[in-house]
Design a protein around this ligand. Structure first.
Ligand code: ZN
Length: 401
């Protein structure tokens, strides 16, 4: 090889490593995310249950992190030792809000993916976006007391320190860093775009195969986006959703995939930047416009589970087959809602019995598909040891036979 070629080769190697370095510089740090989640989910925090010393320590930690980034920080006290932690960067009236709850399930429950990971993500997205000279301010809120009824976010939206009408959008994060249903393929649920044309356009532009863009009604008002929706603040909700350790003692910091968390946090910060730079403030649609790919995404998800998991009980296999056919022929919200419940019931065995008994079984009874209702109730029986619940289920099965 001649000298000239060597030189070109060296130069291109140098350029490649420079590009790599720049990419790494502009990405959310894996180590920082891991540091936050490990600290918040440490046994010393005792599961960060609202009104306990562990939650108070978590709030102080988050306030310190916000300060280090350069935020103005305030603690919003709402009684019984509960506090929302609010950090703000910038003086523009209009602001983009990032929210994630930091409280957890209490002693023995590390609550790492739910939702130390969400808090870590909002801290690092604030750091990432601070350098961007955006036309809006940034407000991050770590909510307290979500687990017992969205109390922190409700208090915040009823007593906003900055006028809610100046919100460009609220981006809410809950349950991140573990793959939905413990699959090898990741799914990122993105909900809320149905209430804003402008946000839907951003999501459409940034769309990725693993994004499951769906209407919020498929999961219901289950996280901190709900009080913002009530106030008609345009919002997006991001979640990797539930897994076998959701709300259980196995939701530990070492089981969170930090490389994936960092990748998705970087990606979401691009979405946030797009939203921050929208020429006009997004408007809240009172009549939702549901995403066109929703049904196909759900069918795809059912297919993925059947392909990747060999441990799907027979009752679920029957329901999966049924819903794959139904999703093709019936475009009602109900079919999509129940199909989502079937997925969520399988994702977390601890919650299976509840969803099968109260949503899925009754649906099949209404549809006059008694064999599937029986299958649902029999599957529910496997997951509950409560005597009254068992009697109730056995009675339902007898009546249907
Ligand atoms: Zn949560």
């Amino acid at each position: 090889m001649g000298n000239h070629m060597k030189c070109v080769q060296k130069l291109s190697l140098f350029l490649a490593s420079l590009v790599l370095a720049l990419l790494t510089l502009s990405a959310v740090s894996v180590d920082r995310l891991k540091g936050h989640v490990s600290w918040l989910a440490d046994p010393a925090r005792e599961g960060r249950q609202a009104s306990t010393a562990g939650a108070a320590a978590a709030a102080d930690y988050i306030a310190q992190q916000f300060k280090e980034i350069g935020c103005d920080v305030q603690m919003q006290d709402f009684g019984r030792m509960r506090r929302n932690v609010i950090g703000r960067i910038g003086t523009a009236q209009r602001y983009l809000l990032f929210g994630a709850h930091y409280d957890g399930q209490g002693p023995g429950m590390p609550s790492a993916s739910d939702n130390a990971a969400g808090v870590a993500v909002i801290i690092e997205i604030m750091r990432e976006l601070k350098a961007k000279e955006l036309p809006v301010s940034l407000v991050a809120v770590a909510f307290d007391d979500e687990e017992q009824g969205l109390n922190g976010s409700r208090y915040y939206s009823d007593h906003p320190p900055y006028p809610l009408e100046n919100t460009q959008a609220a981006l809410i994060f809950d349950t991140l860093g573990r793959p939905f249903m413990d699959l090898a393929t990741w799914t990122m649920f993105v909900l809320g775009a149905e209430y804003s044309k402008e946000l839907a356009a951003v999501i459409q532009k940034r769309s990725r195969p693993e994004m499951l863009v769906a209407g919020t009604d498929l999961i219901g008002p289950r996280s901190d986006f709900a009080p913002f929706a009530v106030k008609h603040v345009p919002y997006l909700f991001f979640s990797h959703a539930t897994h076998k350790d959701y709300h259980g003692p196995g939701d530990t910091a070492d089981r969170v995939n930090y490389a994936k968390l960092a990748e998705d946090a970087s990606f979401i910060s691009l979405i946030a930047e797009d939203i921050a730079r929208l020429p006009a403030q997004p408007k809240y649609l009172t009549e939702p416009v549901y995403p066109p790919g929703e049904s196909a995404s759900l069918e795809n998800e059912l297919q993925l589970v059947e392909k990747e998991r060999s441990d799907v009980p027979q009752a679920f296999r029957l329901m999966f087959d049924d819903f794959r056919a139904r999703l093709k022929s019936d475009s009602s919200r109900e079919v999509r809602r129940i199909a989502t419940s079937v997925l969520l019931a399988l994702a977390t065995p601890r919650l299976s019995s509840f969803m099968l008994s109260f949503f899925i079984g009754p649906y099949y009874e209404r549809e006059n598909r008694s064999e599937l209702a029986v299958a649902a109730y029999e599957e529910a029986l496997k997951w509950t040891s409560d005597a009254a619940e068992r009697r109730d289920l056995e009675e339902k099965i007898r009546a249907l036979r």
